[in-house]
Design a protein around this ligand. Structure first.
Ligand SMILES: [Zn+2]
Length: 334
């Protein structure tokens, strides 16, 4: 997602301590699936653990020292006992069987430094089925002193047979106070987007860097204007054409989720701007109409993977929104 300077984040401590305890007892699992929602720092955690496994003089809490020859080689990306596989082109692309075959060759070699060999696949859910299956064969008879780290926020996308060979390490959502304190120190600009990011600090940072806050506020303003008949759905759709349909639908889904939440809780001050408006809107639409509309949005989002007319899709979505609000209103009046 984004590069953070620190590898180990405050909400990783408990999981980290458990893994380091395994390491000290010489009982590191052969395959570890590092899981949890996107935006919790899974990649950073896995990198940090790889460094801890290879470091020649680890720090008291088990972290790599950052100074020994092993840590320096890792930092330079040239440690002979460390191997990382990522999608070849963009982050959403596949990890192919040839890449996994090279990783398996690496795991089968003997260690150059006499310690572990550590391989990382990130994100592991991008492996093609044949790539995942070839990895499975290796895990059935794991080579000695080799550790495979699979990083994924979509564990269910991995074949069940592969999952069952992995020790699962789940990163959990930080407590709201902890996440806010950490952002206040590192990326104060992102605090306002923490709620929108579902409490995941790194996602809040990514949102900030991508200008998501501004677009979200503009989208909420459009939803409010359409609900109050101050804006036509078709004109609003024109304003969004060319800005990226998939991402726009994600923002719409965030707004609707917030709307659903606002319907059952009181608006709190931590929420992003626009939520006061959403809160008022939540009283203009009932749960069943909101639910039906959310299903319509989900269906269009699925279709957005196929090439489709962006302007038409935006119009459909915004007209659907107006219909949902109007139906709710008609029902209330009737
Ligand atoms: Zn070191």
């Amino acid at each position: 997602m984004i590069a953070v300077q620190t590898d180990r984040l405050p909400w990783h401590h408990a999981v980290w301590d458990r893994l380091i305890a395994c390491h000290r007892r010489g009982r590191v699992p052969h395959a570890i699936a590092v899981t949890g929602s996107a935006g919790l720092g899974k990649s950073a955690f896995a990198r940090g653990f790889a460094r801890a496994l290879l470091c020649l003089s680890p720090l008291p809490e088990g972290d790599g020292c950052g100074r020994c020859r092993s840590c320096s080689l890792q930092a330079a990306g040239s440690h002979p006992d460390h191997y990382a596989v990522h999608p070849e082109r963009d982050a959403g692309g596949p990890i192919k069987i040839d890449q996994i075959r090279q990783l398996i060759d690496f795991l089968m070699r003997s260690s150059q430094y006499g310690g572990y060999r550590v391989a990382l696949v990130d994100p592991a859910d991008r492996m093609t089925l044949s790539a995942a299956n070839s990895l499975l064969k290796t895990l059935e008879e794991p080579p000695a002193a080799a550790v495979l780290l699979l990083v994924t926020s979509e564990l269910s996308q991995l074949p069940a047979t592969l999952r069952s060979r992995c020790q699962r390490v789940q990163l959990k959502l930080p407590a709201a106070g902890l996440a806010r304190d950490w952002l206040a120190t590192h990326y104060p600009d992102a605090i306002d987007l923490l709620a929108l990011a579902g409490g995941m600090p790194l996602r809040a940072i990514a949102y900030t860097q991508a200008g998501v806050g501004e677009r979200y506020t503009a989208l909420v303003a459009d939803l409010v204007a359409i609900a109050h008949n101050r804006q036509s759905p078709v004109l609003a759709a024109q304003g969004w054409t060319g800005t990226g349909l998939r991402e726009w639908i994600e923002l719409l889904q965030l707004a609707l989720a917030e709307l659903a939440r606002a319907a059952i809780t009181d608006c709190d001050a931590d929420r992003i701007s626009g939520s006061a408006q959403l809160h008022m809107l939540s009283q203009a639409i009932d749960c069943s109409h909101l639910h039906n509309y959310m299903e319509q949005v989900t269906a269009i989002r699925r279709a957005a993977d196929q090439p489709l007319n962006e302007q038409l899709a935006l119009e459909d979505l915004l007209i659907g929104w107006r219909t949902a609000v109007r139906s709710a209103r008609a029902q209330t009046m009737g």
